[in-house]
Each structure stands twice: as C-alpha cells, then as structure tokens.
Design a protein around this ligand. Structure first.
Ligand code: PMT
Length: 399
C-alpha cells in the first residue's frame, strides 16, 4: 500500500555525516507517494551536494535565505505553508539546540518557527553528545512542545564508538513517518467542512456575529488532509489561511453558508459542521445606516435554517458530525442536539470564560448514540488529529 499518497514532506537536512542516508530517505518517501522538498543547512551542504537532493526529489533544494524568495521576502512562509510535515533528518545536536531556543538564524529553523504543522526530528550524533545533559534537556523540551522524535538508533558510529546516537535507517524512518501521519484513515474520502462565524447584516455598516475565529475548523481541515481526505472548506469571515490543498469557499451569512453547503454536499462523503452559525438574523436589512435616535431600539430577529440538521435529513446524507458549544450541562445539551438534529456524531466543547472560541487550545468530548470519547485539552491542531482519527473509524464502521 502507498502510505504517503498526497503528503507534502519538507525534509530538513542538517550537518551530520548521516546526511548521506537522507538521499535514500528522499527516494523512499517518494516511492511511498510523498512530494518532497529539501531544505539544507549550510553545514549539511558540506557533507552532501544539494544537487543530489535536487535530482532525487525532483525539486529545487533550499539552503540560503533567498532560495525560497519570491520577490516579496515571504517565500519562507509560503514554503512552511506548503508542507504537511517538516521532518528533520539528520537532526544534529546543534540543530536541536537551536530548535529548542526558538532561533531563526537560518532558513530551516525559521521554517520550523513559522509552521504550525507536524514537526519530527531524527537525531544523529556521537553517543556522548546524545547523552550530554544539555542535549537530553533540549529533547525533553522539544517533546513537551509536541515535536516528534524518531530514534536515535544504537550501533557503530562514524567516530568509531558504539552506542546510542545513530540516525535511524531510511526504511525505518519512512515507516515511522507514515505512522505519524496516521493510517491515511480518510484516504479517498471527500470531506466537507464549515468553519468560523457567520455575519448577519443589520444595515450597510453593522452585523451580528460571534467569537469563532475558525481555528478549530481550519485545524480539522488540515488534519483531514493529512489523513488523506479531499477537503472542501466553507468558511465564514476569518483571518486565517486555508491549508494549501483545501478547496475553500468564502461566505458571510448563515444563508450564504446554507446555500454553499447544500450545493457541495451531494459530492461529499462526510460533513463536519464546526462553524458557529448564527441561529437568528435581523428580520429586516436596512441599506441605509440606521440613525441613532431613541435610547433603546428593537431589533426583530428571525430564525436561520439549521444547516447541519438539513444535511442530516437528506435522503443520501453523508456521515454527519455536528458540534455543540455549551456553557453548562454539556453532555445533556450535546446529546439533545445529536438526537434532534439526526447526527451521527457530535463534538461538544465548553465555551465562555476564555474557553473554546478564539483561543489556541481546546478540549472536546465526542458523543454518538452508544458511546463517547473525551479528548483532553491540547492545541487545536493536535485535538483535530485525534478527532479525525475517531471520526474516520466511525465513518468506516457506518459505510
Ligand atoms: O472557531 P474557534 O475560535 O476555533 O472556536 C471553535 C468553536 C467553539 C466555534 C467550535 O469548537 C464550535 O463549538 N463550533 C460550533 C459552534 C455552534 O454553533 O454550536 P451550536 O451548539 O450553537 O450549534 C450546534 C451545531 O449546529 C453546530 O454544528 C453548528 O455548526 C450547527 N448549526 C447551528 C445553527 C444553524 N443555523 N445551523 C447549523 O448548522
């Protein structure tokens, strides 16, 4: 089975004799279906010629700052956005120390700092350098920040010593990298997702909206792509960049979101409704800006159509996952929505008091008729990967 189909791997190569093994790693990653771009540190180019990686990856190799430049100085950000994962192999002791410090003194460390994607390192160094308290301290901090550590392995080293510190062999690394991406559980599935708030217009200038930033929905879009899905993202107004491979449609109001979802849903297998859709909109819209007159004014509201319930009521409905944003009695309200809206699953989160919306971390409990699964508070990106794994399992069980 091709394990890395559609995956974009940014391979960072730092200064170590093990850099020669990374040439084989590029070949094996591509064999598993990944698209690979290589970024080398200056020291790495002294061990292996960039041309070797260029020939094996089929892409230009980035090393100097301006290699990634597109003329506006933002090329490094584009490169960071391009990747589904950054894998640094070999990761020298120096590179790991710089990563731990959050330094951005070359292209590779800058990319790591500018990325919210999965990062993994495959350390390679002399055994005493590996055992050194400084390196071990660096590794502990990197792990705590969610950076994956692949290896090192044990055995004979280039310096003649024997011990822990060898970079893992390329075939082992490919297996570990595939495992990090998950099982490709949504390979071939077409997933439709809503994210962000809606804006319900009052007049030429004003609207009703809510606190959703879109972070949770966008993280789910990225996680679904990593799991192999084709993703269509219908987004309310947010200040986020969509994952490079998601098809994005921008909408403003709940009505626009409803129309966009209904147009897209027949060609999708899974629908996740992460958007904070306004339940009500102003009954009337004034083209003129409403003038200030009385101390109080009445604003009549009318109910919006329920998008997720409408999708769940379709005769050929996809697998439908709703959300429940609650301030109290989370399970009771979430289970009520699961049943009333006819959903396959609901993701319930506590909102208010700085929880759920706007922030970078969240906790979630997934409910379905016969069960539930609680996911502890973590970054929305990690949470999204865990959610997609569970949604994927239930989707397959239902089809
Ligand atoms: O965007 P972030 O800042 O990262 O914040 C994430 C979040 C808190 C917005 C997200 O985790 C979340 O809870 N999203 C759903 C918010 C919401 O509208 O919940 P609800 O309990 O009011 O709605 C229940 C479900 O019905 C939701 O799936 C909602 O998308 C859907 N709905 C609601 C109203 C409507 N007219 N149509 C709908 O489809």
């Amino acid at each position: 089975m091709i394990k890395l189909a559609n995956k974009r791997v940014l391979l960072g190569v730092s200064g170590s004799i093990a850099a020669y093994k990374s040439a084989e790693l590029v070949r094996l990653l591509r064999q598993q279906g990944a698209e690979v771009r290589v970024v080398m540190t200056a020291t790495a180019t002294e061990f292996v010629q960039p041309l070797t990686f260029q020939a094996l990856s089929g892409n230009m190799v980035y090393s100097a700052w301006d290699d990634a430049d597109r003329g506006d100085g933002m090329g490094h950000i584009e490169l960071a956005r391009w990747a589904d994962a950054i894998i640094i192999a070999p990761a020298s002791a120096d590179l790991l120390a710089r990563l731990r410090q959050g330094m951005a003194n070359d292209l590779l460390t800058t990319l790591c700092l500018a990325s919210d994607r999965m990062i993994a390192v495959a350390p390679a160094m002399n055994r005493l350098m590996w055992e050194n308290a400084a390196t071990q301290d660096n590794m502990a901090v990197l792990k705590q920040r969610g950076i994956h550590v692949l290896g090192p392995g044990t055995g004979g080293q280039a310096c003649g010593e024997i011990g822990l510190g060898r970079m893992l062999e390329p075939d082992q690394l490919v297996q570990d990298i595939s495992a990090l991406f998950g099982s490709g559980i949504l390979s071939g599935a077409r997933l439709l997702l809503t994210a962000g708030p809606t804006r319900e217009p009052i007049d030429a200038m004003r609207f009703l909206s809510n606190r959703s930033s879109g972070k949770m929905g966008y993280a789910l879009a990225q996680a679904a792509i990593e799991a192999g899905a084709d993703v269509t993202l219908i987004s309310g107004p947010v200040a986020l960049t969509a994952p490079a491979r998601a098809k994005r449609r921008d909408v403003n109001s709940a009505n626009e979101m409803y129309e966009a979802v209904m147009a897209e849903v027949p060609t999708h297998d899974i629908f996740i409704s992460a958007a904070a859709v306004a339940d009500y909109r102003p009954l009337e819209f004034s083209k003129e800006k409403v003038k200030r007159k009385a101390n109080t004014i009445d604003l009549a509201l009318t109910q919006n159509r329920d998008i997720v319930a409408s999708v769940a009521a379709l005769p050929n409905k996809p697998f439908v996952v709703g959300f429940a944003a609650e301030t109290s009695d989370v399970e009771r309200h979430a289970r009520g929505k699961l049943q009333r809206k006819g959903l396959d699953m609901i993701a319930a989160n506590q909102v208010g008091d700085g929880q759920g919306a706007e922030v970078d971390d969240n906790a979630m409990t997934l409910y379905w008729v016969e069960g539930s699964h609680h996911l502890e508070k973590t970054t929305k990106h990690k949470l999204a990967r865990q959610m997609i794994a569970i949604i994927g399992e239930h989707y397959h069980a239902a089809t």
